[in-house]
Design a protein around this ligand. Structure first.
Ligand code: SF4
Length: 209
């Protein structure tokens, strides 16, 4: 299992200024775009809004699944591995109808990487639990079943970004996001109780500490 948590490279991020803002890539739905499989933002658009509005960030948003399949769409999930395995041809992305979406998912991931490169992205803030954007947890097989299973690993787009040296943080990584906010706004009061997704009770119960 290849975990993305303890976001690689996060501690090495430079201190941005208003003149030279931090270049951030954000999942489309986290930026409030209605690009989820059901044509909504999954209710995520407000979560990072205070952070993304800071003048010390410059933000690009992108949805690799919307790029690959359009919206609305069936639900892609990884079967038999994680995003790295899909990139290596050792696992497949299937939707709930059994269609093999692997090639298009990889194309969406590559398109996201191109956006990241064009933007010279320094940090990606991506939506966890997604077969494309997941950075802590993904579904293990179809999420459209009564007994949804999970895998502690990364989606296809996240795997490709990580392979290309881009740090990825999920919207559930409260501690890391708090640290980022305080780096950008030194007057922000720290929250000692904030935890990243892999430190939550749910995650530990599911996968262990
Ligand atoms: S692929 Fe990523 S950006 Fe698009 S809806 Fe899913 S989580 Fe959001």
């Amino acid at each position: 299992v290849r975990l993305a948590h303890a976001p690689a490279g996060f501690d090495d991020l430079r201190r941005p200024t208003v003149d030279v803002p931090l270049r951030v890539l954000v999942s489309g739905c986290l930026a409030g775009l209605p690009c989820g499989v059901d044509g909504t933002d999954y209710g995520l658009g407000d979560i990072l809004r205070p952070l993304l509005r800071l003048p010390i960030l410059t933000v690009r948003s992108f949805c690799p699944e919307d790029f690959a399949f359009g919206t609305p769409r069936t639900t892609p999930d990884i079967h038999g591995g994680d995003g790295h395995d899909v990139l290596d041809g050792n696992a497949k992305v299937l939707d709930e109808l059994g269609n093999d979406l692997s090639a298009k998912m990889i194309a969406g991931a590559k398109a996201m990487l191109e956006v990241a490169r064009a933007h010279r992205t320094e940090l990606a803030l991506l939506t966890d639990m997604s077969a494309a954007c997941g950075s802590q947890v993904i579904s293990d097989g179809s999420q459209k079943t009564n007994e949804r299973r999970f895998r502690p690993s990364v989606g296809v787009a996240t795997a490709l970004l990580l392979r290309n040296g881009i740090s990825v943080v999920s919207q559930r990584d409260a501690k890391t996001l708090r640290a980022l906010r305080s780096r950008l706004d030194p007057e922000l009061v720290q929250d000692a109780k904030a935890r990243d997704h892999h430190e939550t009770d749910w995650y530990i119960a599911a996968f262990g500490a």
